[in-house]
Design a protein around this ligand. Sequence first.
Ligand SMILES: [Zn+2]
Ligand SMILES: [Zn+2]
Length: 89
Amino acid sequence: MSESEEPEIPVIKPSPNNSVCSECGSAEVECLDWVRVNDNYFIGGSECIPDDDYWCQACEVHAAPIQASEYCEGKGHTGSPCTVCGMET
Ligand SMILES: [Zn+2]
Ligand SMILES: [Zn+2]
């Protein structure tokens, strides 16, 4: 085992139920969550997050994510198996 300073970021498996970036289909959309400022204790997600509070790492836009299956319906699958929804095409 090699030691690393960086914590490993888990890879998100493609799935039709993933929430993905409506622009590029990346599943690595981030949103702001409630975290207690003093100890970083995770309180929970917000139920109604405005579009501005989402952030896509891949294409650097603020956009609310859509379902992967919905994304592929509109833009078509990306590769086989699809890197967005995981379907064999
Ligand atoms: Zn994106
Ligand atoms: Zn797809």
